[in-house]
Design a protein around this ligand. Structure first.
Ligand SMILES: [Zn+2]
Length: 369
């Protein structure tokens, strides 16, 4: 359907279609939330009951409706279906509608939809598994750096004195490097903190030593034996850079410079978001010898920072800290345990979505503050 036809449809009808699209995507996000941390394929096999493994038919796959009709239980084994399924579907449906209200029909819409979907998936996986999978944060970071070049999305901070020629060259390099950057960051973290944490754990739990030794080789193996994820992430960066090169070959205009500035902004956002958490992590480790912020949180903030830009990233971190303090305090009071561990990723996800939504279109971003 051509775009202008969609814009002429009655408002309630468009809203309904958008919300239903969100519900369907939410249903797919549920698949990601269940399968990615278990390292299962998200394509095959088809959806099945997680308890009795009976394949689900079409009538069991309708978002929310199926859950209500089945009264929250599997048709075959009557096992209770986690409440997360309808909650995630409704949440994504609602977020799709809200983002639609904000963006309208623009290139921002599909990108913001993908971003809020990724945040819901990361938040839910972190809540359940205390894990923020690289499969989402690596490509998410590279896409967040490279997409502003291909699709007009936001007006970045205007850096005075940047001449068109080298800004575009620099941008090309930034995008091509983005895959390499995240892997370099991973190694640096391992050399500065990860190695020491492993040694510390080994000395504190000598009985676990064989397991820790395996963990150490496991960590190295994670980097070296995940070539598919690593290489595909780098390839994605190079592909996006190639597309920029094609655009550049066609001639640099005003829009080209703006997009180049958006990429510089994305890198600054990533360095700011990820960097701030990493410095915190480093300081805590040096001073108190504990792991304060997980490395997954840092990679997630690199993705969020690249997508939102540095100023919105600061807002995200402030909101996330406020959420985490309030919820953390409630949990400490309820459990009477000061050392309770809370998954920070869910607060970062909620704060990033909120920051994206409350941002008045074109105002905050074009001013850069
Ligand atoms: Zn079942």
């Amino acid at each position: 359907m051509p775009m202008h036809t969609l814009a002429q449809l009655p408002g309630w009808f468009t809203s309904l279609v958008i919300a239903l699209t969100g519900l369907a995507v939410g249903s797919f996000i549920n698949v990601i939330i269940y399968r990615v941390p278990r390292q299962m394929s998200i394509v095959t096999p088809g959806s099945r009951c997680p308890f009795c493994h009976t394949p689900l038919s079409i009538r069991d796959l309708i978002p929310v409706i199926s859950f209500l009709l089945l009264r929250g239980r599997c048709r075959s084994c009557r096992h209770r279906i986690p409440f997360r399924y309808p909650v995630v579907e409704c949440l994504v449906g609602f977020l799709f509608w809200i983002v639609w209200q904000k963006d309208g029909l623009s290139w921002s819409l599909p990108q913001d939809w993908a971003f809020v979907s990724a945040m819901v998936a990361l938040g839910a996986i972190d809540l359940e598994h205390r894990l923020l999978p690289d499969v989402i944060t690596y490509p998410g970071f590279v896409l967040a750096v490279g997409l502003p070049v291909l699709l007009e999305r936001r007006a970045p901070f205007h850096w005075p004195g940047l001449e068109s020629g080298w800004v575009v060259d620099l941008t090309w390099g930034f995008i091509a490097l983005s895959g390499v950057v995240i892997i370099a960051v991973e190694w640096l973290d391992y050399l500065f903190i990860g190695r020491h944490l492993e040694a510390q754990q080994a000395s504190e739990h000598p009985l676990d030593a064989p397991m820790t030794a395996e963990g150490e080789s496991g960590h190295r193996a994670v980097l070296l034996l995940r070539p598919r994820l690593t290489l595909s992430t780098i390839a994605l960066g190079i592909a996006l850079a190639g597309l920029l090169w094609v655009k550049k070959a066609a001639g640099v205009d005003e829009a080209g410079i703006r997009q180049a500035e958006a990429v510089v902004d994305a890198f600054l956002g990533a360095a700011f978001g990820g960097g701030l958490l990493w410095v915190l992590r480093f300081a805590y480790f040096r001073l108190k010898h504990i792991e304060a912020a997980g490395f997954g949180d840092i990679k997630m903030m690199m993705m969020v920072g690249a997508y939102l830009g540095w100023s919105q990233t600061l807002v995200t971190l402030i909101i996330a800290s406020a959420f985490a303090s309030v919820i953390g305090l409630i949990l400490i009071l309820r459990h009477r345990d000061r050392h309770i561990k809370i998954p920070y990723g869910i607060f970062l996800a909620a704060a990033a979505i909120l920051t994206l939504i409350i941002d008045a279109p074109g105002v905050a971003r074009s001013s850069g503050l």
